[in-house]
Write a protein that binds this ligand. Structure first.
Ligand SMILES: [Ca+2]
Length: 160
């Protein structure tokens, strides 16, 4: 093998090696999951801009939601000023949601969670309630009957 040819094959091997390292280092993006919504404490409610828990995420603990008041309704939280992690407005844009349970060792709260298509937790519009301690996730709100895609405007934490 000539000196030049030797140098060429060494160079080719080095390029292959570098390409291999680059490929190995490009780990695939972690799949979006409803478990990105935190669990524990008083429980959490999460909304995502896109279906299947994609796009920006908005999250709030049940304790914070319960302590609020909108339109004179205690425990009601309007989403008119809420933003996802990507900065976009939550109001009327959520396409998936999740409710994570409380930390059972602390037993702090266990409120029911109701999503409303209208602000001020107005029952005259469509609404959907999830009860008590459960853990829930809906990856595509357009599959609910009636559809809740791009229509969540307020959330109520209640006890009964
Ligand atoms: Ca959406």
């Amino acid at each position: 093998m000539s000196l030049i040819r030797k140098a060429t094959s060494y160079f080719a091997a080095a390029v292959l090696s570098a390409a291999g390292i680059t490929f190995a280092g490009a780990a695939p993006a972690q799949a979006a999951s409803w478990t990105d919504c935190p669990a524990g404490d008083s429980g959490w409610v999460c909304l995502w801009e896109g279906p299947n828990y994609t796009g920006g995420r908005w999250q709030a603990s049940k304790a914070v939601l319960e302590g609020g008041q909108s339109g004179g309704v205690y425990g009601c939280h309007n989403l008119t000023d809420a933003h996802y992690t990507n900065g976009k407005l939550v109001y009327d844009t959520a396409s998936s949601w999740a409710i994570r349970p409380i930390d059972y060792t602390e037993q702090t709260l266990d409120g029911n969670v109701t999503f409303y298509e209208w602000i001020n937790c107005n029952n005259a519009g469509k609404h959907r309630t999830y009860r008590g301690y459960g853990e829930y996730a809906v990856g595509d709100l357009s599959t609910l009957s009636p559809s809740f895609n791009d229509t969540v405007a307020s959330i109520l934490i209640s006890y009964n």
